[in-house]
Design a protein around this ligand. Sequence first.
Ligand SMILES: Cc1cc2nc3c(=O)[nH]c(=O)nc-3n(C[C@H](O)[C@H](O)[C@H](O)COP(=O)(O)OP(=O)(O)OC[C@H]3O[C@@H](n4cnc5c(N)ncnc54)[C@H](O)[C@@H]3O)c2cc1C
Length: 420
Amino acid sequence: MTRHVIIGNGIAGINAAETIRRIEPEADIHIIAGETFPPYSRPMISLVLEGRLDHDRLPIRGPDFYKKNRIKVSLGEKVESIEVEQRKVFTDRGQAVGFDRLLIASGADPRRIKVPGEDLENVSFFRTQDHAQKVLKSLPDVKRALVLGGGLVAFKSAYGLMKRGIKVTMLISSGYPLSMQVDGMAGKLILDELTTNGLEIRTGAEVTALEGIGTVSKANLSDGTSMNCDLVMIGKGVKPSVGLVPKDRIRVDLGILVDHHLETTSPGIFAAGDVAQAMDVVRNETWVNAIWPVAAEQGIIAGNNMAGRPVVYRGSFGRNVMRVHSLDVMSGGITNPKQSENYRIFTSTDNRNRLYRKLVLRDDKLVGMTMIGNIEQGGVILSLIQRQLPLTQDPEQMLEPSFNFSSVFTGTFRRRRNIE
Ligand SMILES: Cc1cc2nc3c(=O)[nH]c(=O)nc-3n(C[C@H](O)[C@H](O)[C@H](O)COP(=O)(O)OP(=O)(O)OC[C@H]3O[C@@H](n4cnc5c(N)ncnc54)[C@H](O)[C@@H]3O)c2cc1C
């Protein structure tokens, strides 16, 4: 009987476990996970912060999930090391667990800021349901919050706190929020929407120290100024959680390198989700795309391959959809290419109606998109990017608000059939 061990009970880990159980009814499955909470939607912790979702609505599987799937589970326990030769993992509770197939689905850790005062009360990351709960408990005493970073998590933290009526300052180095997701034009529309709704943004400065007696009360900044704050949220990005991986046996770049079966460089050991560095279809190289749908898909594919049913991973790309107050934002792929000579960029702007569209092509293939407002047909563009088929339509026409995107697909499929 095959012994499957899965590290992590995020979406990648649980999808893999369910897949293995479907294919191998008799296999041993053992999940070891640092968090104790039932499997939950990590992105939705921002809705809990906003007050749009109750904390107890976070779980995405019922309390009987492990029992129903006959999964042995060790919760609140962390794998400290993996012995590749012995086929065993060792945990912080002294447990040694043998495996035939291993999945590393340990997700990502928030980047620390490493300044004095980082350990004060009310200085928090925003990664887990536990973080969300702690921040919520602190809110009655919070009047002024400082959010560090301009990425997706920082942005969602700031947005959630504003919705709770707290005065928020965002400290970012890039000039506008979400600079990894959108270009300056889209960034300006987002920034205007946020500042109109009360967000204060400070750029070009970093925190050098946090001060307070027990609880944070002041932040000192690199430009010599300081500001009073009773909550600090750290949103300076995440890095794959690879601390447990023996780097001499399993190759790690930024994340754990995996092949087209999501197998690492050590046979029988797989990686999926935010910890994995897998093929990116628009970059044509391996990349860590730390987003939910990618983790979910990789979990299923890894599960198939672990259970002996070979499935090829076709690759992914980064993408996001979100609402900023009354502004809908969708972006995907390479939205802000640096070497513009290899790319053709098409944009349309309607300032009066706050509409913006951008398509990025390399050769005759779509590799990136941004849509601000009127995003209904954006899913079709994301599908085109994923499929990497030559575009049959004029990109200029595709920027027209009245363009019918179903015609793009029809044309593309017809052309593909002709090629095949
Ligand atoms: C606030 C927020 C908002 C987000 N918004 C979006 C969004 O809008 N759209 C989107 O696509 N994505 C979003 N994401 C990202 C998305 O949540 C992640 O990509 C996804 O949850 C990754 O799933 P995973 O299974 O790879 O890892 P995780 O969900 O991180 O799960 C990994 C699990 O492994 C456990 N673990 C780690 N190390 C060990 C160890 N050594 N031993 C045992 N267990 C271990 C951890 O405790 C954790 O429970 C957001 C994330 C956050 C935090």
